[in-house]
Design a protein around this ligand. Structure first.
Ligand code: ADP
Ligand code: MG
Length: 318
């Protein structure tokens, strides 16, 4: 599990607005390995969606990629022509959004929508394969002729996952895929994604603000804060040995499931994330950090490797 499928290096994305540039991804480097689930957690506005839109090259204006490199399956994504991008999107990298369940076509059966996906990409597959895909994501194959409105929200979101798996991509991006669902349905869907991922061997980039849920399904976890990577490491290492005060605060707000601490303390991190228009100097987390020292406002932390694959950007550890 060491081979890298996706490599992101020194990556920066800016939103160029009338009031100036807003850096929404600031010098981020990370990898997704073959056959792993990498979780990305961070509060709303920390840059998670911007990062995945950039790697699919579907960033909406006024966002621009200002610096860095993205390599995927040996290809430089930032250098691909439109035709190569079309083949990569969905064929090699697919995505399930929070709103996938609302994006299904209401007047076409779910089976036909899966078949349309095969056709649009000149891939083999008909009704039987569509039914098989539905079955794989927990929808009985005989529902292949159902319309979206005949299915619950959870089932529609499963159709979104079936569509994302239709062309057997090597990377599936899940951007807050279950946020709109109730917790039981959410848990079932995520467990199934994990089983499918183990069986079929694709990699997953799983984004959520819910760290507890993420710890349950991810092999490794990356924590974003205000456009930067605050900490990254193997899930068990982060669960038991988080070093960044922000990660520790998130762990208090979202206690690992089964840890005995079920009550969620939403106030365990005081304040709110900074505006990226005018971020704090030094460590961006220092105004909210209970361990901040004067130095934290004065200089930026260096990224420190704490153990194999575990890195944190905190002045207390560097
Ligand atoms: P997340 O997915 O973590 O909630 P986003 O990637 O959606 O975060 O947004 C990251 C940051 O990018 C926001 O905090 C905001 O500063 C900036 N941003 C996002 N969309 C726009 C936009 N259309 N114009 C200007 N800035 C934007
Ligand atoms: Mg988002």
């Amino acid at each position: 599990m060491t081979e890298s499928l996706l490599t992101i290096r020194d990556f920066c994305v800016d939103y160029v607005t009338d009031e100036g540039r807003v850096r929404a991804i600031d010098d981020v480097s990370l990898d997704v390995k073959r056959g792993e689930i990498l979780g990305i957690a961070g509060e709303s506005g920390s840059g998670k969606t911007t990062l995945v839109q950039a790697l699919l090259r579907i960033l909406p204006p006024p966002a621009v990629i200002s610096r860095g490199e993205i390599m995927f399956e040996g290809k430089d994504i930032l250098a691909l022509e439109e035709e190569e991008l079309r083949a990569m999107r969905w064929g090699r990298i697919s995505m399930v959004f929070q709103s996938a369940m609302d994006s299904l076509n209401p007047v076409v059966t779910i089976g036909e929508q899966i078949e349309d996906t095969f056709r649009a990409h000149n891939a083999k597959g008909g009704r039987d394969r569509a039914a098989e895909l539905l079955d794989m994501v927990g929808i009985p194959g005989d529902r292949v002729d159902s319309y979206a409105h005949q299915l619950s929200g959870g089932m529609r979101q499963r159709v979104g996952i079936a569509l994302a798996l239709a062309l057997e991509p090597s990377l599936v991006i899940l951007d807050e895929p279950t946020t709109a669902l109730d917790v039981i349905v959410e848990r079932e869907i995520l467990q199934e994604v994990r089983q499918l991922q183990r069986k079929l061997g694709f990699s997953v980039l799983f984004i959520t603000h819910d760290l507890a849920r993420m710890l349950q399904v991810s092999d490794r976890v990356a924590i974003f804060y205000a456009a930067r990577l605050a900490e990254i490491g193997p899930t068990n290492e982060l669960r038991s040995n988080a070093r960044h005060p922000y990660t520790r605060g998130l762990l208090k707000a979202f206690p690992p499931i089964g840890s005995g601490t079920e009550a969620r303390d939403a106030h365990s991190i005081p304040g709110s994330p900074p505006s990226l228009r005018n971020p704090p100097t030094g460590c961006r987390f220092h105004p909210r950090c209970d361990q901040a020292r004067p130095e934290c406002a004065a200089r930026e932390p260096h990224q420190t490797t704490l153990s194999e694959g575990h890195k944190a950007d905190c002045i207390l550890t560097d």
